[in-house]
Unconditional design. Structure first.
Length: 94
């Protein structure tokens, strides 16, 4: 599986490391970290949108839930998961 990991401020990077260790491909999007408390959405979405436009990612994942990123993924028909997602919990059991 191919993942895009979207970093947010104060993210820890154990998720992408673990996914890579499990044999998955992970690209880390950390040029402009998302700020999860930015409810006015002032951070630029261009890097995330450019990555999603390629259509190469099976999933987008983040350490914290980012509502605007979730919406963006929905627009590009890409599954967005966060650490509380049951899918991730099932994936890591394998």
């Amino acid at each position: 599986m191919i993942f895009l990991f979207a970093a947010s401020e104060n993210s820890i990077f154990d998720i992408p490391f673990a996914l890579e260790h499990m044999g998955h491909t992970v690209t880390v999007l950390d040029e402009i970290p998302f700020h999860i408390m930015d409810l006015n959405y002032t951070f630029p979405l261009q890097p995330a949108e450019q990555a999603l436009q390629t259509g190469q990612y099976d999933f987008v994942i983040s350490y914290n839930y980012i509502p605007l990123l979730s919406d963006l993924c929905e627009n590009y028909k890409t599954i967005y998961i966060d650490p509380d997602d049951e899918f991730l919990q099932e994936l890591t059991k394998k």
